[in-house]
Design a protein around this ligand. Structure first.
Ligand code: ADP
Length: 189
């Protein structure tokens, strides 16, 4: 059966870096909704044009657009594939949509990355992406706290949340991420 691993956490926590490395190390599939959206924006597609204004302001792109974007990829998911979902779900509605569309029992873990806000802001300012200005970062963190952080409780109550302290070196986080996933997958087929 396909397996879905959710990477949950604030902007700047390093989810993308960790997902990319884990996918490379293990042959898993990395799906970053932020990267997909930036591609759509660069290509000037209808979706990209609709999403750009939200992204520039640090707001979330509307749920219906996000759900259809991800649903298309879930349909293409092959047996035995492991998908690292990076940046989705970000709202309760997205989490519910994922629950409905994912093959039964395939959502195995939600890795919840945490770090102090000061660390997040510093990292994002260093990264310097177009939406990494101080004002937009503040808004993204606020939106995160209001819309996305409640998902931690949602997945905790389902027994699949594992917290990862992300204020550490990339290597030591990677070790913990892989060990956490491996131990989950050795428990049940
Ligand atoms: P971050 O570094 O803030 O985690 P991402 O690259 O994951 O950034 O996402 C960049 C932007 O793309 C977000 O600020 C948001 O506007 C949009 N976005 C990405 N994923 C989603 C989602 N699941 N729902 C709504 N908007 C999203």
């Amino acid at each position: 059966m396909a397996g879905i691993l959710i990477l949950l956490g604030p902007p700047g926590a390093g989810k993308g870096t960790q997902a990319q490395r884990a996918a490379e190390a293990r042959g898993w599939v990395h799906l970053s909704t932020g990267d997909l959206l930036r591609e759509e924006v660069a290509r000037g597609t209808e979706l990209g044009q609709a999403a750009a204004a939200y992204m520039e302001r640090g707001e979330l792109v509307p749920d219906d657009l996000m759900v259809s974007m991800v649903a298309a990829r879930l349909e293409g998911l092959e047996e035995d594939q492991i998908l690292l979902l990076d940046g989705f779900p970000r709202t309760l509605a997205q989490a519910q949509a994922l629950q409905e569309r994912a093959p039964g029992g395939s959502i195995r873990l939600a890795l919840y990355f945490t770090a102090p806000d000061s660390v997040l802001v510093d990292r994002l300012l260093q990264r310097g992406r177009a939406d990494d200005t101080r004002e937009v970062i503040e808004r993204r963190l606020q939106v995160y706290r209001e819309e996305t952080r409640p998902l931690a409780d949602w997945y905790r109550s389902r027994g699949i949340l594992r917290e990862i302290q992300a204020d550490r070196s990339i290597e030591s986080i990677q070790e913990e991420v892989l060990a956490t996933i491996d131990s989950e997958f050795s428990k049940r087929p």
